[in-house]
Write a protein that binds this ligand. Structure first.
Ligand SMILES: [Zn+2]
Ligand SMILES: [Zn+2]
Length: 178
């Protein structure tokens, strides 16, 4: 967000004949400077608040999946109808981009036992070679690495395939604040 340049806005002042004593103008300039700083602080606070909000809220990704936090490009975790998992990638404007060096594995802590899903590149996406175990409501741990050598990031959430009454997405990908 561009700041309003108050200094520039008042640059024309000296040309206008000014009936007031010079110290008044100096005082006003100081006030404007304080105002500029105040606006800058407000903008800073506003930006910080917006950024924090984005961190906690889940963006509505195009294919109905869950945005994996702190991935760049954005990674979207989608449970397909056949229970395979697809990871799609998007740029900041949520336009699709191809998977590059990312590595993903998913651990499913299913009632029938733990299962590990490995992924392979298919087209622009990463697709699991096996399916999620039967059931719903169990914990998933997505291990995400930006490159093969990068520090892994573990993203833990509940598999909940029921539909959210508000956003109509699957609950695991719900974008509401509840
Ligand atoms: Zn919901
Ligand atoms: Zn929702």
């Amino acid at each position: 967000m561009p700041l309003i340049d108050l200094e520039q806005m008042t640059a024309g002042f000296p040309q206008i004949p000014h009936p007031r004593p010079p110290h008044y103008k100096k005082q006003m300039k100081t006030n404007l400077r304080i105002l500029t700083v105040a606006i800058a602080l407000c903008v800073g606070l506003f930006t910080a608040t917006a950024a924090n909000k984005d961190d906690h809220q889940h963006l509505a990704t195009p294919k109905g999946g869950r945005l994996l936090d702190k991935t760049k490009p954005h990674a979207e975790f989608v449970v397909e109808k056949d229970r395979t998992v697809t990871i799609n990638f998007y740029n900041e404007n949520l336009k699709p981009v191809a998977a590059t060096t990312q590595r993903v594995t998913v651990q499913a802590n299913a009632p029938s036992g733990k299962a590990k899903l490995d992924f392979e590149k298919q087209g622009d996406a990463l697709v699991s070679k096996t399916k999620l175990p039967e059931g719903d409501g169990y914990t998933l741990v997505v291990q995400f690495k930006q490159t093969a050598d990068a520090k892994p990031m573990n993203l833990r959430f509940k598999l909940d395939l029921s539909t959210c009454g508000e956003c109509k997405r699957a609950e695991y990908a719900c974008t509401c604040d509840h």
